[in-house]
Design a protein around this ligand. Structure first.
Ligand SMILES: [Zn+2]
Length: 449
C-alpha cells in the first residue's frame, strides 16, 4: 500500500507574529522560518476544548505528489498510460521493470471505499477502494466502453506501482465480488477521518486530488476559445483543443477563495459569521471568491466590508488549503487563509449573505472549539461509512455528520478538517502559547499549520 509518511514542511510568517503581541505591530524585520508542530495533545486536558495542530491541512500533503516528482523522469504520465492500455488490451511486451497498476473508481463524485473495524473502542477505519487490472477489465467490459483517457486520470507513482482514478458514472452496476466496498462522498470520508492519523490524511489528499481532476474533466469537455472538443493529454493532467488551427492548452482551473478571521484592534475579539445554509450553532470565518483583477488582500477587505460593514486594515497570510469538496462546478477551490485586522467595530450584516455576525471573545471561542463534538462527528461518520460498505444505510442524511453533540454548546466552529478551524484556533490559543513560553522570540513552533 501507499507509504503515507508526510514530510514536515516549513512555512514563512512575518516577525513578530502579530498574534503574540497585544497590539499588533508590523515592523520591517526579515521573515522568520517557523517549523510546524506535531503536537496533537490538548493544551488543557481538564477541559474539552483544545488546540489541534496538524502537519498539513486536510487535502494538502498528497503523498503521491511528493513521490511522483522524484520519479517523473523514469515514468512519465503518458508512458504510464501507454503501458496501462497495453496491459488491459493484453498486448504488452515483457518489461524489465514490471509495473503494477492500482485504480481508484469514482461514481458521481463519490470515491470507492472500504471499512475495517477499529482497535478496541476506536471507530471503524475507512480505506481507499483500490482495484487492480482484473476489476478494471470487468468495469470496462460490463459497460461495453473502450478504455479512454476521458475518464482515466494519472494520480502518481510510487516504486513499481502507478496509481489512477477512473470515473465509472456512466457504467452500469459495478460489482466487486464479495468485497465490502461502497461509493462514499469524499466529504463524508473527510469527517470520518481521524485527523491525527497521517495515513488517513494521505488517503484523503489522494481522494481529493482524484475527485477534483475527474470533475474538472467533466466540466471542461470543449475548448472555450473555438468550441471544438477538448481531449486529455499527459494521462489526464491537462487537456488540449482538438482543432488543429487552435490547439489551445487547457489546464485544471483553480478558484482562489479568501477566508479570513477578522480581529478587532485590541486583539481581544474575533468576528464570526453564521451562514443560514449551514447547520445551526455553527459559527465560522468570513470567506468569498476572489474577483478578476483583484488581489487576495483586496478580496479580504471587500468581502468583509460587503458582508459585515467592517473596515479592514492590515491583512496577514496564515496558510492555504485545497478544497475539492465544494460545489461540483468548482472542484479545484483553493482556500487562502488570512488574519484581517479591523479598523472599525460596528457590524452591519448583509442578510442575503449571512444569517448573523458577531464579535466573540477568546474565552467564548475557546469553548466553541469542542474536541468532544469533533470526535463524536468522526465516530458517527465512520460508522456510516462502515454501514454503507456493508450495504445498509445508503439513504442516511449526510447532515448527521455535523450535528451529533450530546452536550450541545451554544456554538461550535468547523472541525479540524477545515482551514477556518485553524485560523480560529491559532488566534484563540495564542495567549496560551505565550504563557507556555512559546512567544515571538522563541524558536518553538507557534503555528498550527
Ligand atoms: Zn480551440
Amino acid at each position: 500500500m501507499l507509504n503515507l509518511k508526510l514530510k514536515l514542511k516549513l512555512i514563512l510568517l512575518p516577525s513578530p507574529f502579530p498574534l503574540f503581541s497585544k497590539v499588533a505591530t508590523f515592523n520591517k524585520t526579515p521573515l522568520r522560518i517557523l517549523s510546524l508542530t506535531t503536537d496533537f495533545s490538548p493544551r488543557n486536558s481538564s477541559t474539552t476544548t483544545m488546540s489541534i495542530n496538524l502537519r498539513t491541512h486536510v487535502f494538502a500533503g498528497n503523498p503521491l505528489h511528493f513521490k511522483s516528482h522524484k520519479n517523473i523522469d523514469s515514468l512519465s504520465p503518458s508512458s504510464a498510460f501507454e503501458a496501462l492500455t497495453a496491459r488491459i488490451l493484453g498486448n504488452s511486451q515483457p518489461s524489465p521493470t514490471p509495473l503494477n497498476f492500482k485504480v481508484l473508481p469514482f461514481r458521481n463524485g463519490k470515491a470507492l471505499a472500504s471499512s475495517a473495524a477499529g482497535s478496541g473502542d476506536s471507530p471503524p477505519i475507512w480505506n481507499l477502494g483500490w482495484i487492480g487490472l482484473d476489476d478494471l477489465r470487468g468495469i470496462l467490459g460490463s459497460s461495453g466502453a473502450q478504455l479512454s483517457a476521458e475518464s482515466l486520470v494519472y494520480l502518481g507513482s510510487e516504486d513499481d506501482v502507478v496509481y489512477w482514478a477512473i470515473d465509472v458514472s456512466s457504467s452500469e452496476a459495478v460489482e466487486f465480488g464479495a468485497r465490502e466496498l461502497s461509493f462514499v462522498e469524499v466529504r463524508t470520508l473527510m469527517v470520518a477521518s481521524d485527523w491525527r492519523d497521517s495515513q488517513a490524511m494521505g488517503n484523503l489528499a489522494v481522494a481529493g486530488h482524484a475527485k477534483a481532476l475527474l470533475e474538472w474533466h467533466n466540466t471542461s469537455r470543449f475548448c472555450g476559445h473555438c468550441g471544438a472538443k477538448a481531449v486529455p493529454m499527459e494521462a489526464g493532467r491537462r487537456k488540449q483543443c482538438s482543432n488543429d488551427s487552435c490547439k489551445k492548452r487547457i489546464y485544471p482551473r483553480v478558484d482562489p477563495v479568501a477566508i479570513m478571521l477578522v480581529i478587532d484592534r485590541e486583539n481581544d475579539r474575533a468576528l464570526l459569521a453564521k451562514r443560514s445554509k449551514f447547520v445551526p450553532r455553527l459559527w465560522t470565518c468570513l470567506s468569498g471568491f476572489t474577483e478578476a483583477g483583484e488581489s487576495l488582500e483586496e478580496a479580504v477587505r471587500r468581502e468583509t466590508w460587503e458582508e459585515t460593514g467592517i473596515e479592514v486594515g492590515e491583512v496577514v497570510y496564515h496558510s492555504s488549503q485545497p478544497w475539492p469538496v465544494g460545489p461540483n462546478s468548482m472542484p479545484c477551490q483553493l482556500m487562502v487563509g488570512f488574519f484581517a485586522y479591523a479598523k472599525s467595530f460596528e457590524i452591519k450584516v448583509d442578510r442575503e449573505e449571512l444569517e448573523d455576525a458577531q464579535w466573540y471573545s477568546k474565552e467564548e471561542v475557546r469553548k466553541a472549539l469542542t474536541f468532544d463534538e469533533y470526535k463524536q462527528a468522526q465516530r458517527s461518520a465512520a460508522a456510516k461509512v462502515e454501514q454503507m460498505c456493508k450495504g445498509v444505510g445508503k439513504n442516511q442524511s449526510l447532515a448527521a455528520d455535523f450535528n451529533v453533540g450530546t452536550q450541545l454548546n451554544p456554538m461550535f466552529v468547523p472541525g479540524p478538517f477545515a482551514i477556518a478551524h485553524h485560523l480560529i484556533s491559532s488566534w484563540a490559543f495564542a495567549d496560551q502559547n505565550v504563557v507556555n513560553g512559546v512567544g515571538s522570540n522563541s524558536k518553538q513552533p507557534v503555528s498550527s499549520i
